[in-house]
Ligand binder design. Sequence first.
Ligand code: ZN
Length: 209
Amino acid sequence: MATTNRPQTPQAAWDALVEGNKHFVSGSPAHPRQDIERREALAAKQIPFAALFGCSDSRLSAEIIFDVGLGDLFVVRNAGQVIAETIIGSLEFSVEVLKVPLILVLGHDECGAIRATIDASEGALKSEGKFIHDLVERIRPTVDAANAAGKFEIDEITELHVQDTINELLTRSSLIASAVKAGKLAVVGANYKLALGEIHPIVIVGDIK
Ligand SMILES: [Zn+2]
């Protein structure tokens, strides 16, 4: 994938991520586009083919788990992939300026932020960090809604959180929603399995099969 032939469509971008993840899962990564030539070619301009909004968890290293290279992914992460104004702004930038055809929202199993929110809802969160409580409060509505629907398992709640995150992104950003409507962008929500290294799609919004 030279800088000139990056995936241009939502489908091509998704296919590239799926293919790269297969390399990682099977233990045969190619570690592409990480050399001096690539670095120099990108110095003047970045043209990533996808944006990734994922959890900060150290095991979710974006370029490694998708076996891609320098300049391939525009990455935004925070603990528990919680929507905030700065997150939406970063993703809008990736769509409007960098023209990425795909946003991947990536959660994972046994997420510490989700676990902390479940603990908080049970009155068991032990944290002195005020802003940790703020973060947990952003996930709390999903946990409360899940519990009200009889869902208490962390994996179920994680999937709902990914769905809620995408709903919030599309509701709050008319720029991103419009790009999806125009067929220029797709938004995929997925879950990453820590032990297997696999990406499991949960929700696809846009033109991807
Ligand atoms: Zn996490």
